[in-house]
Design a protein around this ligand. Sequence first.
Ligand code: ADP
Ligand code: MG
Length: 250
Amino acid sequence: MTQNSELGTRNSLIETRALVKAFGLLPVLRKLDLDITRGEFVALLGPNGSGKSTLLRLLGALSKPTAGDIHIGGWKLPEEAAAVRAQIGMVSHKVLLYENLSARENLRFFARLYHLPAAQADERITALLEQVGLARRTHDLVRTFSRGMQQRLSIARALLHNPDILLLDEPYTGLDVDASSVLDALLTDAHAAGRTILMSTHELNRAAELASRVIILSRGVIGYDAPTAGLDGLRLSAIYTETTSMATAR
Ligand code: ADP
Ligand code: MG
């Protein structure tokens, strides 16, 4: 597999052009153009059904576009999905974990999948389990975990291979106050370390506070796109209502 020859001319780490995804006759994304630069932390907002998960799944190479182009890090999707997946850590609704393995065994399994050397992997797994507050449940089977604990483990799994890009689909859902602050800190660190983050969420305060840019999806296109500088949760909430109600009125 060769690196895309146009790489040198691309400024965006994540780029979509006229991206369309339809389910049957229903178009969910309608010619979406998106550019995300390396190091940006983008909060993806939008009502239920606006296409946030659909977009994240496409970017994570978990589904294929109906039409249009996707490039990530110079690689083209869906053709170069394996190369793209290696750069991405994904936290989605579906918890991608094995119920009959322990927390540590799950992470070991994924470490092998990412070809991490065993010794290095074990050290990293210990640190990550500590970070997400699961150190004491290391050897317990995942099927005995609460939904929030599974979510914590999914977050550890997403960070395991030190990916350049994090795609998170409503990662705060199901987390308690404590786990939510752990995630705040992990995301802040990841952003400071130069990782590129795209996260769907309904938490407008968090979006305004943590992210560097906010995008509101509305009827399958970008209805609003701006830096979060100067935005607080209240202002963002007003913008959100305006953007999404305009779409309903159309
Ligand atoms: P969001 O994550 O913003 O709530 P989704 O991307 O999950 O929205 O869904 C957008 C639209 O696409 C919804 O109308 C949903 O019913 C539809 N949709 C999503 N996935 C599928 C699928 N696999 N088959 C059919 N329709 C789907
Ligand atoms: Mg969704």
